[in-house]
Design a protein around this ligand. Structure first.
Ligand SMILES: Nc1ncnc2c1ncn2[C@@H]1O[C@H](COP(=O)(O)OP(=O)(O)OP(=O)(O)O)[C@@H](O)[C@H]1O
Ligand SMILES: [Mg+2]
Length: 347
């Protein structure tokens, strides 16, 4: 129907190299040609499609309808659909094949997998929804206190001071949220160039301990740092490594009750240095463990907000560590404590 043997050979070679599934039908809807991608899409073996009616292999009424419409009217059609029994989403394009006299000879259907693009769209709109929600919470609280002040609470200086300090805290939260979002997006978009150089993890940990010292002593926590004196240096961007450690140690402090203990261990494992931070805190429920590195995920929303948390800390940690070629891990037992681990490559 289509071409000489030589041409048919060429067409087959082109079709078999295509990622998109392609099916060619004759005017009665019988399959004249199909590529490998089409065979795997419709779950049939080699040459399992040719000779069958399209309606025999596809149970999707919309696509069958499209093919018969194209064979009748000769217009090109597009739809987006999941081709059962797959869970993927395909953009299906059906075009007529016409001869020189414009007579319809058949149709060609191309199935282009758009699952990733659709999932990405969904993730993006979820993210925008989450960000808006996170921004709105402190904003609503600020607005509420400002209105109460304007309504007269301003006259009482004690109340006024109390409300202003709440507004101050909420404004700080908004600022932190925006800083964290910018950090995350700059690492993700590779806009923030990573400058890896040999770094002593023990130095970085000591400087983080200096920054977090006041919070540690305020809660009466005991912090222990264990490492071998011959611990090799790792290849890392010092600022970003500092952010990883700050986030993990800050969590250990926040989620551990007063007088608890935090144990930091660094050791070499093959071509990496693994640093673990173990606390004697509240722990994380088993079902939440796979989600803690997600943006905005918090086990206890109210408690994390009380602590000023944005729920972005661990997402930032994961991104930084992975962009250095390392890995993150978490293990926890409710009521006993949590261990977070990060690995960095040796110099
Ligand atoms: N050491 C820990 N012990 C118990 N729960 C933890 C620990 N670290 C993290 N979590 C849980 O994981 C959630 C996510 O942590 P993450 O650091 O991403 O956000 P956050 O601490 O709430 O806010 P921030 O953005 O300020 O760090 C926390 O809200 C908390 O529920
Ligand atoms: Mg945190």
């Amino acid at each position: 129907m289509l071409a000489t043997i030589q041409e048919e050979f060429q067409i087959k070679a082109i079709l078999s190299s295509m990622i998109d599934a392609v099916i060619v039908c004759d005017v009665s809807g019988r399959i004249a040609m199909a590529n490998k991608a089409a065979e795997s899409l419709f779950l049939v073996g080699e040459n399992g499609l040719v000779g069958k009616l399209f309606s025999e292999i596809s149970h999707d009424a919309k696509i069958n309808q499209m093919i018969s419409e194209v064979l009748h009217n000769g217009n090109e059609l597009f739809i987006e659909t999941d081709v059962s029994p797959n869970i993927q989403i395909f953009r299906v394009h059906v075009a007529p094949i016409k001869d020189q006299e414009d007579v319809i000879n058949g149709a060609v259907a191309v199935f282009h997998d758009v699952t990733d693009a659709r999932n990405f769209d969904q993730m993006r709109s979820q993210f925008v929804g989450n960000v808006s929600h996170e921004l709105r919470t402190p904003l609503t609280s600020i607005k509420g206190f400002v209105e109460t002040l304007l309504d007269g609470a301003m006259e009482n200086s004690t109340t006024c001071r109390r409300f202003l300090s709440i507004i101050d805290a909420e404004t700080n939260r908004l600022g932190r949220l925006i800083d964290d979002l910018l950090t995350l997006s700059s690492i993700e978009s590779k806009e923030r160039i990573i400058y890896p150089k040999p770094v002593c993890i023990q130095h970085s940990i000591r400087s983080v301990m200096n920054i977090l010292g006041p919070q540690i002593s305020e809660k009466g926590l005991q912090v222990e740092f264990v490492y071998n004196s011959d611990l090799p240096r790792v290849l890392a961007d010092e600022d970003l490594l500092g952010q990883v450690l700050i986030n993990l140690i800050d969590n250990a402090i926040k989620y551990t009750p007063p007088h608890g203990k935090i144990m930091i261990r660094s050791r070499q494992r093959g071509s990496r240095v693994i640093t673990t931070i173990t606390d004697t805190g509240m722990g994380i429920p088993h079902e939440s463990l796979p989600r803690v590195f997600e943006r905005f995920y918090r086990v206890d929303k109210a408690r994390s907000r009380d602590q000023g948390g944005t729920g972005l800390g661990l997402a930032i940690v994961k991104h930084i560590v992975e962009s250095h070629g390392g890995e993150v891990s978490v293990a926890s037992e409710i009521g006993k404590g949590t261990t977070f681990g990060v690995s960095f490559l040796l110099v």
